[in-house]
Each structure stands twice: as C-alpha cells, then as structure tokens.
Design a protein around this ligand. Structure first.
Ligand code: AMP
Ligand code: MG
Length: 333
C-alpha cells in the first residue's frame, strides 16, 4: 500500500515514500533484536544496543542514497564498533546486511558516522531506538525520523513496534497486531497504519477540555524528568495519576486522542532534549489538531543545534487543554 493512495504527500512524495520504506525495514531489524541486552553503556549511563547502531546505519544509508544533499542528525556514534574481532561489530553488520547485502563493517561505521552532522538548512533527525530502556525492558519504544527544512519540521515518521492504539491499556505492549507506523506531513494531517492492515487511519486529538479529567501521559523513566515539579503541576490541574510510557509512542497516543496531555519536565536546569526526541512527535501532534510548546509556551526551536537549547521542557496537548496546562506550570514554579 502506498501512502499516496491514502493521502497526499504533496511536494514530499519521494521523501515520504523513502522514509516509510526505511522505517518498515528498520522495524523488522528492531523486532529481530528485541530484548537483546545492552551492548554497552554511554558515558551518561544510557544504554546502546545492537538495534540502535544497526537501525541508524540502515536508515542513514537509505536517506543518503535517496537524498545525497541532505544531512542526517542522529543519536548514536560508531565508537562502540571496535573492529571485526568484536562480537558487537559482527552482530551489527549482520543485522544491516539482511537489508543491505553489501554492508561491511567499514561501510556500516561510515553510515552510522553520517549521523554526527550538525543540522543544516535541510536535514533528517533520527532516533534509531527512542526509549532504549523500554526496548530492553519489554515496554514501549519507537523509531523516530523527521525531515526539517529551514527550522520547520515538514515530515515525521514514527515506528512503534509495540503500540496497539485500540488496546484498553495503551501503554501495554501488544503482540498481535504488532504495532504500526505513524506519519505526519505538514499541512496534510497525521495518519496511522496498524501493521498488517491495509489502511491509513487519520489521527485526531481528543476534544476533552476539562483538565481534571485529562488523561496525562509521561515518561516511564523517573530519571528523565523532575517528578516533584510534575506532581505539583498535576495537583494544580486536578489530574489523576499519569500513564507512564517510554518514547515518542506517547506523542502518537496524544495525536490519536487516546491521551490528552503530555508534559516533559527536564531533570535539571541544564538539560535540553535532543531534536530527534521531539521533531517527529511534535509534528504528529500538531497535524492531528493539537498544540506543542515548551513549558513557557514558546514554540520548539529546531535551529539551535543538536539539542533544543532555546527551550525548556515540552508540553503537547489536544490544544483545548494547553492554556490550562501552561497556567498550572507557571503557578507551580
Ligand atoms: P522518554 O521515554 O520519553 O523519557 O524518552 C526517551 C528519551 O529520553 C531517550 O531517547 C533519550 O534521548 C532521552 N533521555 C535520556 N536520558 C535522559 C535524561 N537523563 N533526562 C531526560 N531525557 C533523557
Ligand atoms: Mg531518544
């Protein structure tokens, strides 16, 4: 099924079809490697897995083949791949080779390295495994890809191998049907294709406007946020306990109207999210009719480098609850 049969990609046909094709292969890689323990730990103690490296290599290679003038800004670097005697290197190359038969260690290292670019005027932001802790622990995770042109997110694609939007408990990983892909095209809406189904379903945010009944979703990892600040805001809103989920699968649930509000309070004042943690998800929520700002109500600024250095935290909502949430954030300061 081609996206174009269901909705218009406008001037982004090659980009949309290319990103979806790369995403479908990446999801096969991710599933095959699910549950594989962390290969190594980064200096900030966050895990990196075979899947992180293999998916970054695969998607970066596909993007560079299709769009040689674009740069790729991605999370991982190739320093973990130490040579052909090393088991991690062998497994990463083997995983990539299933989709790119001429993959060698040297090439894979190159492809991963393409992700170290700084953002240019037109670039792709990629998180090969968003929510690696969820990926390892059997919870939600996502593969997130966005095209940013002159600071504006034009296209966002999020693969969610364990997300069942019709589940009663959306945080609960699904086995069958196994997840799906969300796509948003600026000006053209947001869409969801559940795996195994032949339709793209349009995503729309909820119409809920009473903050006290808002379904709030937040990061599963307490260390990714400021839980005391979050508790103060939730109390002011009169909201019940939030649903906890890893990754930009959260944004997909807000876009789908399953949740109403997503808040991200940075763990400390120096912390800024990376652009690949927000770009695809923010467009998805906006194109589903919602609103996305930082905690001060300012738009996310994707021109500040690899991180959102000009923003503090993030608030994504169905739109109707946005002002109430911003107000609660102000009052809780
Ligand atoms: P989430 O599941 O929403 O917390 O998002 C997962 C993302 O949080 C990861 O892909 C990381 O980029 C990012 N992350 C990692 N460590 C931290 C941290 N200490 N504080 C905030 N975010 C983090
Ligand atoms: Mg991430």
């Amino acid at each position: 099924m081609k996206a174009q049969d269901s909705f218009r990609l406008d001037g982004l046909v090659a980009e949309g079809e290319g990103a979806l094709g790369a995403m479908r292969d990446a999801m096969v890689v991710a599933r095959a490697l699910e549950g594989r323990v962390a290969a190594s730990a980064k200096p900030d103690t966050s895990p990196v897995t075979i899947a992180d490296l293999a998916i970054q290599a695969l998607i970066a290679k596909r993007l560079r083949d299709g769009f040689p003038d674009d740069s790729v800004v991605a999370e991982e670097d190739a320093s973990f791949l130490r040579g052909s005697d090393d088991a991690l290197s062998r497994e990463v190359v083997e995983a990539v080779r299933r989709h790119v038969p001429d993959a060698t260690l040297e090439r894979v290292v190159d492809w991963i390295g393409w992700g170290s670019s700084g953002p240019g005027s037109r670039f792709w932001a990629l998180d090969p495994v968003d929510g690696t802790k969820g990926f390892l622990a059997g919870r939600q995770y996502a593969i997130a890809l966005a095209l940013i042109v002159d600071g504006v997110v034009r296209l966002g694609v999020i693969g969610c191998p364990r997300l069942g939007l019709n589940s009663r408990d959306v945080a609960q990983p699904v086995e069958t049907p196994p997840g799906g892909i969300a796509i948003a095209v600026r000006g053209r809406g947001a869409w969801w294709n559940a795996e195994g189904e032949d339709v793209w379903r349009r995503l729309e945010v909820s119409t809920r406007h009473d903050a006290s009944t808002a379904r709030v979703v937040q990061s599963f990892e307490p260390r990714h946020g400021d839980s005391e600040r979050s508790a103060r805001v939730l109390q002011l809103l009169g909201s019940a306990t939030p649903l906890l989920m890893d990754s930009q699968a959260k944004h997909v649930t807000v876009a789908a109207g399953v949740n109403d509000l997503l808040m991200r309070f940075p763990p400390d004042t120096n912390f800024h999210d990376s652009i690949w943690d927000q770009a695809a998800g923010s467009l998805l929520v906006e194109e589903a009719g919602g609103r996305v700002t930082d905690l001060a109500g300012d738009p996310l600024d994707f021109t500040a480098g690899r991180r959102l250095l000009r923003n503090e935290g993030m608030l994504a909502s169905n739109g109707r609850l946005h002002e109430a949430a911003l107000d609660a954030v102000q009052r809780a300061n």
